[in-house]
Design a binder for this molecule. Structure first.
Ligand SMILES: [Zn+2]
Length: 313
């Protein structure tokens, strides 16, 4: 049922309502709980019904009139097009978006109420590693640049995942370009076994994250790459940091003199020592040379693009 509501929100945005006829198959224990929790809020019953297709009666809508305990919406022009209605058909339920987002955040273990940071995007909370987790009601209708700016502002680490129903290829592309990960709502937000509550699948959320190829831990002078880690000595780590610094600049190549700056030793010796320390940690000679690469006659550079490197303090 929750999934149905999230789909409705995805299709119609925050004006989405659940009609009585769409709700009827779900009436029962689960539906009552949604009403009680105010995830669904019943509105005044409909007093008008849509016109028949292509009707030329000139009305904006057909008035609904009661007939015993049933209801009718008549076409002024054609009695064959009159419709008989039941009381449930006239019921309308609004979706309590804030409450619904609150349920998702609670299921995820976040303890603050979610905040709508921009129309249609709710911040559910932040993971322990500082990643911002957001729910996007309808990605196609978002103000992209505001969203990106707000996420960057509100999230110190700059790492964010947005959960949404059906991201179009175009939406996925701009999210990726903005460095925002995307997780499918159906993978992450699932009904609980008793169907009354919901379950937030953190593993599915993690799986949706783009994993950095190279992780550099500055304080520990450590790198993680290709499933292995190496810790550099504190004498040689500044040389690695210079390579790292260059990786983020336009010309990713660090010249000999640039590297030598950190010590009185020659660049080629410094590089050899970095590679040796990688090998001591179990990396192969080839691996050490493909992470710390030589650009003949120009210098040295990291064999991983800056965007695939995560630097942790
Ligand atoms: Zn009509």
């Amino acid at each position: 049922m929750i999934t149905t509501l999230l789909k409705l929100l995805n299709d119609a945005g925050d004006t989405a309502v659940l009609s009585g006829s769409a709700a009827r198959p779900n009436f029962g224990r689960v539906f009552d709980r949604l009403l009680k929790a105010r995830i669904l809020v019943e509105q005044a019953s409909l007093e008008e019904w849509d016109l028949c297709n292509g009707c030329e009666c000139g009305l904006l809508a057909r008035p609904v009139r009661s007939e015993g305990d049933r209801f009718r919406a008549d076409c002024p022009l054609d009695a064959n097009r009159d419709v008989g209605l039941e009381r449930d058909d006239l019921r309308v339920f609004e979706i309590g978006i804030a409450v619904l987002m609150g349920e998702i955040a609670t299921a995820a273990g976040f303890d603050q109420p979610p905040v709508e940071i921009i129309k249609g995007v709710w911040c559910l909370g932040e993971t322990r590693s500082g990643r911002g987790i957001y729910y996007g009601l309808n990605l196609a209708s978002l103000d992209r640049s505001s969203l990106i700016a707000i996420i960057r502002q509100s999230n110190k680490t700059g790492r964010a995942t947005i959960i949404a129903q059906n991201a179009s290829p175009a939406s996925k592309q701009w999210l990726q370009e903005a460095g925002i990960d995307h997780a499918k709502a159906d993978d992450v937000v699932k009904p609980a076994e008793n169907r009354l509550g919901l379950v937030f699948d953190h593993q599915a959320l993690d799986a949706a994250m783009s994993i950095p190829e190279l992780v550099v831990r500055l304080e520990a002078a450590q790198i993680e790459w290709q499933g292995r880690s190496a810790t550099f000595s504190h004498q040689i780590f500044p040389v690695f940091q210079r390579l790292l610094e260059k990786a983020g600049s336009r010309d990713a190549i660090a010249s000999g003199p640039f590297l030598e700056d950190t010590s009185g030793r020659e660049a080629k010796d410094l590089i050899r020592e970095l590679r040796d320390q990688m090998k001591t940690a179990g990396f192969s000679d080839t691996q050490s040379k493909s992470l710390i690469k030589t650009a003949r006659n120009r210098g040295y550079f990291l064999g991983v693009d800056a965007e695939n490197i995560a630097v942790i303090g």
